[in-house]
Design a binder for this molecule. Structure first.
Ligand SMILES: [Zn+2]
Length: 143
């Protein structure tokens, strides 16, 4: 068993730098708008090599989740979860849900991006997003 390590190439170095700056950005094709995640030298949709980096809103929805009860890495003690999040911008990323977990099925839960130290660097993780409350006058109120 070993510890998990990030892989940093020339293509994903801006991604990791943005995470360390707590303002995660994803690579997007200038020609067709398709996101390249993971980052790549050319667009998988139109083959353009032009790209820009877009700062994420930091919001998404859980598409899938699992709890691992077996240890695969020394730095991930079980039980721990893994979630697939569809970002507000469209791409799907895999991460972990931290803090309070929803009762029952997690699919469809709204989450927001946070940054947590994982070993020697910050990692993008998610927590449940506060839901609007309905007050006595039946109007939406946001905590
Ligand atoms: Zn493209």
């Amino acid at each position: 068993m070993g510890t998990s390590r990030r892989i940093e190439s020339i293509y994903d170095q801006p991604l990791w730098a943005s995470i360390q700056a707590r303002a995660m950005r994803l690579q997007r094709c200038v020609c067709c708008g398709h996101f390249r995640y993971p980052p790549a030298p050319i667009c998988a949709r139109c083959l353009s090599d032009s790209a820009e980096w877009l700062t994420l809103q930091g919001r998404g929805t859980i598409l899938s989740w699992v709890i691992f009860h077996r240890q695969y890495f020394d730095d991930f003690a079980p039980p721990y979860n893994a979630i697939a999040v569809q970002l507000a911008e469209g791409p799907i990323i895999v991460s972990n849900l931290v803090g309070v977990t929803p009762p029952g099925d997690w699919i469809g839960s709204d989450v927001e991006l946070i940054y947590e130290r994982g070993g020697e660097c910050l990692l993008p993780r998610f927590k449940l997003r506060a839901q609007p409350l309905i007050d006595a006058d039946r109007q939406l109120a946001y905590p």
